[in-house]
Design a protein around this ligand. Structure first.
Ligand code: ZN
Length: 133
């Protein structure tokens, strides 16, 4: 079995236990929180149940996706696709802008009236308000 997941109640280390609730070093069918203050020694959980957390896994994946979606990308690292509107900021001003290449000079120019230091894709627009909202 893979590494033991943390305790779902306190987030601390878990351990394998024998039927009497004593911590054992070898994998056993039961797992408990290593903190006896968190779970009484005899309240162990079957390993399959302890390790399986579909709702938690789904929520963690969704959280990672949303975090990644909301990361500002430094313009020093990467530019967006040309002529695609993106959110931009320089830490003081925020806006929506596209990046364009000046074919005469070969330089890149933003459409906004400040020099963005960061940008992120426009991925999520809120739903339009309902009538009467
Ligand atoms: Zn715990």
């Amino acid at each position: 079995m893979s590494e033991l997941r943390e305790c779902p109640f306190c987030g601390k280390e878990a351990c394998y236990v024998d039927k009497d609730g004593n911590a054992v070093s070898d994998p056993s069918p039961d797992i408990a929180c290593a903190r006896t203050a968190c779970m009484p020694p005899t309240s162990y959980v079957p390993a399959d149940t302890w390790q399986s957390r579909p709702l938690e896994d789904t929520l963690r994946a969704e959280l990672e996706r949303v975090k990644a979606e909301n990361e500002w990308i430094p313009t020093e690292e990467k530019y967006p696709e040309l002529e695609e509107d993106v959110y931009v900021t320089n830490g003081i001003f925020y806006g929506v802008s596209g990046l364009y290449k000046d074919n005469n000079t070969g330089t890149f120019e933003w459409e906004c009236n400040f020099e963005p230091t960061h940008w992120k894709p426009i991925t999520l627009l809120p739903a339009a308000p309902e009538e009467g909202e």
